[in-house]
Design a protein around this ligand. Structure first.
Ligand code: NAI
Length: 462
């Protein structure tokens, strides 16, 4: 008799959600986590603490940018970074404790320590070996390294160190114009740093809709960001008083340098599979170092499953959560399934950027007949009164059937607004379905409806 029906290795958003759902479905479940707290990278050193820092820095910026105009007078706030970090940590702590509570409530055992597959149906945690009918690998990812860039998490940092800086740097160089670089760059730019982003490609946020990329970069430049595009970082030299970043311009191979006080390395993440005993267990990997799974997230070894950043697909907490629930349902004999066509992606800058489904570039490449419904937030009364009229909602729908194929939003609350489109897409909605749904006035969400109207007879306020 096995000790457990399921042992999940990894207590991040994929792993802990999988464990809770397994327990809810009547399976005897344990979750292995070696970090002192549950919640993984996302909760401890990723999504949640960065959102606290984004929120605080945005409030600071708002106070300086708009308070006078709104008739809010008085001394302007100054930055107390240690206190901001205390606030950030408290938002993490309250959530890690929350997961511990949920584990107790659902009777999930937390096996504290680092787990390793130790043979057929066996998981070793420290000196103990536990047996399980099913093992779920949910070990996430680690920051990618870059040749010539030695991370010390003090002056040359990944997202982890960027959340613990002792002071606001004067000059920050960010390597990579992806989500982490732009979110953490925004935090320090607002707090007073001069931020320069060096990006290998010619556009920021690779893979996003082209129009969003251009608008987003223009807005960030207006906020004070500097961009060195089409440039590959070659190395960072650590001098006593500064860092010297060398980069090569792709167009003519010429080299240049830029000085910084802090360098943030944000060139992606790699699946974390080290020391898990996967090779010994015979688990097949992809050529990109991910655990190989079938469409149901099962590996080639019976009883071993894998979810989240460690498998293929976008490295997003909510994608991992969905996979965790789907695997739990599969193990329980149900038909768990993830719709990879409807996974939203959000960048929590100001303004926010949110997208779901196909980009216009993808539709063109597929040769698909589509129509575009676009609406600027400048036509949305609520947005204007919040100084947030810059940006737009762009809806892509099938030209013949009107079915929604994608949505791309840059503007206030974009990360929340995107979800009515996600729900619509899950239900196979047409743009007209959104257009005919009454939206409360005055809300930001009216901009989504107007974009849907623009797919038909036209928006009212544009
Ligand atoms: P990313 O993959 O989003 O962006 C990395 C960027 O670095 C790319 O634009 C790439 O072209 C560039 N780059 C690579 N090598 C370079 C070099 N030598 N010199 C200059 N530029 C170079 O990776 P990022 O931002 O590190 O994020 C990692 C993962 O975490 C992503 O999958 C992201 O989706 C996820 N994440 C998601 C968040 C969210 O959903 N809000 C927040 C933070 C991270």
């Amino acid at each position: 008799m096995a000790d457990y029906d399921v042992i999940v290795i990894g207590g991040g958003p994929g792993g802990y959600v999988c464990a809770i759902r397994c327990a809810q479905l009547g399976l005897k479940t344990a979750c292995v986590e070696g970090r002192g707290t549950l919640g993984g990278t996302c909760l401890n050193v990723g999504c949640i603490p960065s959102k606290a820092m984004l929120h605080a820095s945005e409030m600071y910026h708002e106070a300086h940018a708009h308070f006078d105009e709104m008739g809010l007078k008085g001394a302007k706030p100054t930055v107390d970074l240690p206190q901001m970090l205390t606030y950030k940590q408290s938002s993490v702590d309250s959530n890690t404790k929350g997961i511990e509570f949920l584990f107790k409530k659902n009777k999930v055992d937390w096996l504290q320590g680092w787990g390793k597959i130790a043979g057929n149906g066996q998981v070793q945690v420290g000196d103990e070996t536990h047996t399980a009918k099913n093992i779920v690998i949910a070990t996430g990812s680690a920051s990618a390294t870059l040749k010539g860039v030695e991370v010390d998490e003090e002056r040359v940092v990944t997202s982890t160190g960027a959340l613990e800086l002792k002071e606001v740097p004067k000059r920050m160089v960010v390597i990579g114009a992806g989500v982490i670089g732009l979110e953490m760059g925004s935090v320090y730019q607002r707090l007073g740093a001069e931020v320069t982003v060096i990006e290998f490609l010619d556009q920021i946020t690779p893979g996003m809709d082209g129009e969003i990329q251009k608008t987003f970069q223009r807005m960030l430049k207006k906020q004070g960001f500097n961009f060195l595009m089409g440039s590959a970082v070659q190395g960072v030299e650590k001098l006593k008083t500064k860092l010297k970043v060398t980069y090569k311009k792709r167009k003519d191979d010429s080299e240049a340098t830029i000085d910084a006080d802090v360098v943030l390395l944000a060139t992606g993440r790699t699946p974390y599979t080290e020391g898990l005993g996967l090779a010994e267990a015979g688990v097949e990997m992809t050529d990109r170092g991910q655990v190989k799974t079938d469409a149901h997230l099962a590996t080639n070894v019976k009883g071993i499953w894998a979810i989240g950043d460690v498998v293929t697909g976008p490295m997003l907490a909510h994608k991992a959560e969905d996979e965790g629930m789907a695997v739990a349902e599969r193990i329980a004999g149900q038909a768990g399934h993830v719709n990879y066509g409807v996974i939203p992606s959000v960048i929590y800058t100001a303004p926010e950027v949110a997208t779901v489904g196909k980009t216009e570039e993808q539709l063109k490449e597929e040769g698909r007949a589509y129509k575009v419904g676009k609406f600027p937030f400048m036509g949305n009364a609520r947005a204007k009164s919040h100084f947030a009229g810059d940006g737009f909602v762009k809806l892509l729908a099938d030209k013949d059937t009107d079915r929604i194929l994608g949505a791309h939003i840059i503007g206030p609350m974009a990360g929340d607004l995107i979800h009515e489109i996600c729900v619509g897409m899950e239900f196979g909605a047409a743009a007209e379905d959104i257009a005919r749904t009454c939206h409360a006035h005055p809300t930001f969400s009216e901009a989504v409806r107007e974009a849907a109207l623009a797919c038909g007879d036209g928006a009212i306020h544009a």
